[in-house]
Design a protein around this ligand. Structure first.
Ligand code: ATP
Ligand code: ZN
Length: 293
C-alpha cells in the first residue's frame, strides 16, 4: 500500500508543536527512541525526524512528500538549491514565529539597511540575506556563519548581523540593536504537490483535510447562550464567523430561546460583553476539538 512520509525537526523549537499537530490529525507512530524513522500505525503516514535544515533538501530530493519547517529555512534552501523555487507552501502554521532581522552594535553608525553597502554582515542565512538586501538596493559582503552569529560584531568579524529574532533578548544580551526586519517567518507545511505520484494523492488530500480541521478547530469555539427572541438578529450578527445557529425552545420561557453556534473566528471578551449588552445571558464558550467541514 502507498504511504506518505512527513519530515519534522528532531529536536528544537519546532519539534514538539510539529509532532502535536500531526497527533491531533489522528496520526500515531511506533516510536523508536533514537531512530530517525517512526512508523505510522493507524494511518499510512510515517515520520522522519531530522535537522530542520535537511527538511527542504529532503523534499527537493523526493525523500519525503511533506515537511514542517520554518519559512526562513525553506526559502534559504530554495535560494541555495533552486533559484528560489521548488517547494509549495501548503499551509502556514501557528508556531515558530520569528523574523530575520538586521542588528548592529549599540552606538554603530549603521542605522538602516541602506547603510550596509560594502559592509560585512554575518548570518546563517546567506542566500536569504543577500536576496533581501539586494531587493533594498544594498550590496553587502556576506560572512556566512553556522551559529553564534550574534558574537561576530564583538569579535570584529562583521559590522552587522542578520539573524533570527523573536523576543530580542539575545540581541540585548550581546549589546546589539535591531535596525530592520528583513523577513517575517512562521513554521509551515511544505510539499511538492505537483510531483506527487497518483497513488498517493488521495492520502495526501485526506491528510490535508484533517489538518485543515485541526487548524480550523484551534480558532473555533462552540458558543451557547440564551437570547430574547426579538434580539436574535442582532445577537447572531455579533458572533464572529458563525453561520446558521441552532435555536432551541426554553421550557417555560416563550420569549427567550437557547442559541448554539460555532464561531470560526477568535472570540474575545469584547464579543461576549457586546452579546450581553444585546440581551444575551447564560453565555458559555466551549473549545472545539475536531472539525470536518
Ligand atoms: P537543528 O538542530 O534542527 O538544525 P536549529 O538550531 O537550526 O536546529 P532551532 O533553533 O530549533 O533550529 O529553530 C528552528 C526554527 O524555529 C527556526 O528556523 C525558525 O524558523 C524558528 N524560530 C522561532 N523563533 C526563533 C528564534 N528566536 N530563534 C531562532 N529560530 C526561531
Ligand atoms: Zn538548523
Amino acid at each position: 500500500m502507498s504511504r506518505l512520509r512527513v519530515a519534522i525537526q528532531k529536536s528544537g523549537r519546532l519539534s514538539e508543536p510539529s509532532l502535536a499537530l500531526l497527533q491531533n490529525c489522528g496520526l500515531r507512530f511506533s516510536r523508536s527512541k533514537d531512530k530517525l524513522f517512526w512508523y505510522g500505525k493507524d494511518f499510512p503516514v510515517d515520520l522522519l525526524l531530522v535537522r530542520d535544515d535537511d527538511i527542504p533538501r529532503m523534499l527537493l530530493d523526493g525523500v519525503c512528500e511533506l515537511g514542517i519547517v520554518g519559512q526562513n529555512v525553506a526559502r534559504e534552501v530554495m535560494i541555495e538549491r533552486n533559484g528560489g523555487e521548488g517547494l509549495d507552501q501548503l499551509r502556514a502554521l501557528d508556531f515558530g514565529q520569528c523574523r530575520l532581522s538586521l542588528a548592529v552594535p549599540e552606538g554603530s553608525a549603521v542605522q538602516s539597511a541602506a547603510d550596509l553597502g560594502g559592509r560585512r554582515v554575518a548570518t546563517s542565512y546567506p542566500g536569504l540575506t543577500r536576496e533581501l538586501l539586494a531587493a533594498r538596493g544594498v550590496q553587502a559582503q556576506i560572512v556566512e556563519l553556522s551559529g553564534s552569529v550574534e558574537i561576530a560584531p564583538g569579535l570584529g568579524t562583521a559590522d552587522a548581523i542578520s539573524d533570527l529574532v523573536s523576543t530580542g533578548s539575545t540581541l540585548r544580551a550581546n549589546h546589539l540593536v535591531e535596525i530592520e526586519a528583513l523577513f517575517e517567518s512562521t513554521a509551515a507545511l511544505f510539499g511538492r504537490a505537483a510531483e506527487l505520484p497518483a497513488d498517493r494523492r488521495e492520502l495526501f488530500a485526506r491528510l490535508l483535510s484533517r489538518l485543515d480541521g485541526v487548524l480550523q478547530a484551534a480558532e473555533s469555539k462552540y458558543v451557547m447562550l440564551h437570547a430574547p427572541r426579538d434580539a436574535l438578529g442582532a445577537i447572531t450578527a455579533l458572533l464572529p464567523g458563525a453561520e446558521h445557529p441552532t435555536l432551541m425552545e426554553l421550557e417555560g420561557d416563550p420569549d427567550r430561546v437557547a442559541l448554539h453556534a460555532v464561531c470560526r473566528e477568535a472570540l474575545f471578551w469584547e464579543h461576549l460583553e457586546a452579546l450581553k449588552a444585546a440581551g444575551a445571558s447564560a453565555i458559555l464558550v466551549l473549545p472545539v476539538e475536531k472539525m470536518l467541514a
